[in-house]
Design a protein around this ligand. Sequence first.
Ligand SMILES: Cc1cc2nc3c(=O)[nH]c(=O)nc-3n(C[C@H](O)[C@H](O)[C@H](O)COP(=O)(O)OP(=O)(O)OC[C@H]3O[C@@H](n4cnc5c(N)ncnc54)[C@H](O)[C@@H]3O)c2cc1C
Length: 326
Amino acid sequence: MTTIRYANDKFELEPNESVLECLTNRGVPVPFSCRSGVCQTCMMRATGGKPPETSQQGLKDSLKLQNYFLACVCYPDTDLEVALPDDDDIQAVIPATVLSLKLLNADIMHVELECHAPIDYRAGQFINLFQNQALGRSYSLASVPHEDDHLHLHVRRLPQGRVSGWIHGELRPGQTVEIRGPGGDCFYIPGNSEQGLILIGTGSGLAPLYGIIRDALSQGHSGPIHLFHGSRDLNGLYLSGELQDLVKKYSNFNYVPCLSGDGVCHGFASGRADEVAFKQISDLKNWRIFLCGHPEMVKTAKRKAFLAGASMKDIYADAFNVSQSS
Ligand SMILES: Cc1cc2nc3c(=O)[nH]c(=O)nc-3n(C[C@H](O)[C@H](O)[C@H](O)COP(=O)(O)OP(=O)(O)OC[C@H]3O[C@@H](n4cnc5c(N)ncnc54)[C@H](O)[C@@H]3O)c2cc1C
């Protein structure tokens, strides 16, 4: 039986249990968000023993050498002594003031944050926003550093969602929150400006895509840029006016709102965003693809894009993984 030591406690790891599950199931307040090794909210350090390499994927080499690991994907077969990270080693927590909160549709809140210290990010990356020390969630950046003075997030309220519910129901302008970041590699890299871009998002998956599109256009991307934004019904779409304005301003930008439910009206494509996209553009050789939002859509679309000729190095994705239990 593998044991996990934390502070003065010693826990036995159940079969197929991650270090994160082992600790949180026994009341240890380890912050976490995606539970799939992406957001790095649950980063911990092994102070005794060696964490499996698979639990260190995506970490900087300097952190790997110090035995940092992601607790949500850590399944050790030897004993580990673990601790929460030292603040000096990981990205600093930055306080940020909430400047405004505005509903973009019934479920999605636009959050504008003013950081108390400079934050160097690319449009489309994500930050981790903390409700308290033990509860943080990842939110993608819809803002563009050289165009927007502040950070912009689009937060979808989930039924019984702790952090999204707090943001929608309790957070107020003027309040200070703590953030950490940025993270992720889903962003526009200048160069190859004639390459076609396809961006597919569902729900608040538009957040990073809205940042990436404005970033690419402002940096003079000249190839075609197609955005497919999907929702079940009309109420789930948002920023349509702003996106139509971009269509008028840039002849290479095309916006396709997609509705997967019944009763699709004129001006909207019928079907799921990824299905519509791959029907309209079937040969994806040499295209750059961005996929954000529902994890199932991201997974399926990644596979379809690859099978339709896109190179894996040209596929950028952020699955909005949501934890399945407390
Ligand atoms: C890299 C990354 C970027 C992200 N960016 C964004 C973003 O820009 N905007 C955004 O809104 N979110 C984003 N997310 C998701 C976000 O981090 C949170 O997971 C989300 O806000 C839910 O957190 P919560 O604390 O409110 O919910 P939790 O308290 O964690 O509870 C979630 C509960 O909702 C249930 N649930 C899961 N999916 C659904 C569903 N589709 N409908 C109803 N219930 C469901 C789960 O079973 C779970 O019980 C991102 C996630 C990742 C990993």
